[in-house]
Every structure is written in structure tokens, then in C-alpha cells.
Design a protein around this ligand. Structure first.
Ligand SMILES: C[S@@+](CC[C@H](N)C(=O)[O-])C[C@H]1O[C@@H](n2cnc3c(N)ncnc32)[C@H](O)[C@@H]1O
Length: 290
């Protein structure tokens, strides 16, 4: 995959792209990252890239000329799938599904805004996908671009050593990941769950599925909303095969949460709802929650 990042601050990327998985992906030729300094495309000897906003107001606005020239200077190889992205808090929210989608491209072009933002004609004239990393405002698009590159590159085929590690992590199957433990078996009175030391791989797999489901329901019930949307009604309804003791645990359709209530929960349901969630995790055939 080729990645071009257009920025006023290329040096900000040096440390992030020169470490760990991003570094290895480049060394192994799976990804090539190029940092393009938008100032190099400025049309005056002062390398001006911004100006005051028409109509007045605070801050400076990124001028259209250097950004157009910088984007248009990037060649696309014949037949390659190019995704051109403008980082903006007004864009579509970036998430794991978006990262997966971008990881299928051959070439990403990321344009970082700065100051008060960019001249609206950059948005209008360059047909860029507008991507936001969340409902907050940062000083520039550099950190959002790093975040997007990191999330995408680790999904590029061959980048992660263990192919399964991206497949079974949070959000990849619409759920949060299960808890992880390593040695020692006991630390400051906290024990690793016995099942993980049992060597019974089938039981361990079931335990992990259960943990993943219970966590998702407790912390992020919004992830369990069915695909049809069910506007106005959020249902934490999902069937989890092999989740209980040899049969099925079912998030019953009784456990329906009106969207108004779900919003009040924030990131986690109140304790009474959590115990309800736990109760729903019972294996219907066995009675008691595990
Ligand atoms: C200070 S912000 C400009 C915010 C703009 N005035 C607004 O309210 O929409 C400067 C630049 O940072 C980047 N940026 C800030 N927050 C972002 C976010 N949540 N997601 C993506 N990019 C962001 C964008 O490139 C933006 O042009």
C-alpha cells in the first residue's frame, strides 16, 4: 500500500512512523509512506499557505492553491484503488469498519488541515472523503492522520505477524475483546481465572466468547444493535452460538433497551441493568450463570 500524507508539519510524523509495526511494515515493503510538505507547493517566496478568513473572524485558513497543487502532484498508478481523504471534525466518523475498508485500497492520500481549517473550495473541488476521528477538535489533522494510518496499516495483509490477532480483537466481530492474562498466575492477590490454566482449549474458547459478550453488553451495548437499525429501539439481542455450557446462551429479545434509555447510560449500563445483562448470559439449558 502507498500512503501519501499532505501536511504542514511533516516532522510530527517522524517518531510515529519510525517505530514498531509501522516501521516493520515499511521495512518489509508492505507499505510505503511519503510525507508531502504542503508548503513546497506554495506560490510565493515566503511559502505562504494560509490567509485571513473573508468576512472576518479568528484564526487563519488554509489557502486552496497549495493544497490543490499538492494533491494533484501525487500520481496514481494505472488501475490502482486510491482513497483521497480530508481529515476534518465534520467528516464521517472513523471506526474499525472504515479502517478495514481503507485497508483494501492500494493507495491512500491523507490531507491534514490546520489553523481554523481549510478554504471550503478544497472540500468542494478535490472530491475528498471527509473523515473525523471523533467529536472533538484538535489543532491539526496530523494526529488524526497518524491514527488512521496506524489503524489501517495493521490490517494490511501480512503486516501483523499472527494473522488472527486482527481477526479476534475488539470491534472486528461487533464485540469487545475478552480479557487477557499472562504470567504470573497470581499477582497482588489477583488470580488468573482457573479455566485459562486448565489446558482445555474448548472450554477456554467458550469462556472467552462469554467474556467478550458480557463485556460488550455491559460497556458497549450500542455495538449489539441489529443491522436493520431499528430506529428508536436499540436491542441488545444477539444469539451466541456455543456460548453457554455446550448449548447456546441467548441475549433474549426481552432485553430491549429504548434508545432514550441507552443514551442515558452513556458508556455503561447502570448496575441493575448490568445484573440483568448478566442474567441474560445464562445458559438456557443449565440455569445458573457461569
Ligand atoms: C482547529 S481544526 C479546525 C476546526 C474547524 N474550524 C471546525 O470547527 O470544523 C484544524 C484541523 O484539525 C483537523 N482536525 C481537528 N479535529 C479533527 C477531528 N476530530 N477529526 C479529524 N480532523 C480533525 C482538521 O484537519 C482541521 O482542519
Amino acid at each position: 500500500m502507498r500512503i501519501d500524507v499532505l501536511t504542514l508539519f511533516p516532522r510530527m510524523f517522524e517518531g510515529v512512523f519510525a517505530e514498531s509495526i509501522l516501521k516493520r511494515a515499511q521495512e518489509r515493503g508492505l507499505v510505503s509512506v511519503r510525507l508531502v510538505d504542503i508548503r513546497d507547493y506554495s506560490e510565493d517566496r515566503h511559502r505562504t499557505v494560509d490567509d485571513r478568513p473573508y468576512g472576518g473572524g479568528p484564526g487563519m485558513v488554509l489557502k486552496p492553491e497549495p493544497v490543490f497543487k499538492a494533491v494533484e502532484s501525487i500520481p496514481a498508478a494505472p488501475g490502482e484503488v486510491v482513497r483521497r481523504i480530508l481529515l476534518t471534525p465534520q467528516g464521517k466518523r472513523f471506526d474499525q469498519a472504515y479502517a478495514r475498508d481503507l485497508a483494501a485500497a492500494d493507495h491512500l492520500v491523507l490531507v491534514c488541515g490546520h489553523y481554523e481549517g481549510f478554504d471550503e473550495r478544497i472540500r468542494e473541488g478535490l472530491s475528498l472523503e471527509e473523515v473525523s476521528i471523533g467529536d472533538f477538535v484538535l489543532t491539526g489533522g496530523e494526529i488524526p492522520a497518524m491514527l488512521v494510518v496506524d489503524a489501517v496499516v495493521r490490517l494490511v495483509s501480512g503486516v501483523l505477524g499472527d494473522a488472527e490477532s486482527a481477526e479476534f480483537e475488539s470491534f472486528s466481530r461487533g464485540q469487545l475483546d475478552h480479557p487477557h492474562y499472562t504470567r504470573p498466575p497470581e499477582f497482588r492477590g489477583m488470580r488468573v481465572p482457573d479455566i485459562l490454566l486448565s489446558g482445555n482449549h474448548e472450554e477456554i474458547r467458550r469462556w472467552r466468547e462469554e467474556q467478550s459478550a458480557t463485556r460488550t453488553l455491559a460497556r458497549r451495548p450500542d455495538l449489539l444493535v441489529d443491522g436493520e437499525g431499528a430506529a428508536g429501539m436499540r436491542s441488545a439481542e444477539c444469539e451466541m452460538r456455543n456460548c453457554g455450557r455446550g448449548s447456546r446462551a441467548v441475549f433474549s429479545s426481552e432485553f430491549r433497551v429504548p434508545s432514550s434509555e441507552l443514551e442515558e447510560w452513556g458508556s455503561s449500563p447502570p448496575p441493575d441493568r448490568q445484573s440483568q445483562a448478566g442474567a441474560r448470559m445464562r445458559d438456557p439449558g443449565q440455569g445458573e450463570p457461569r
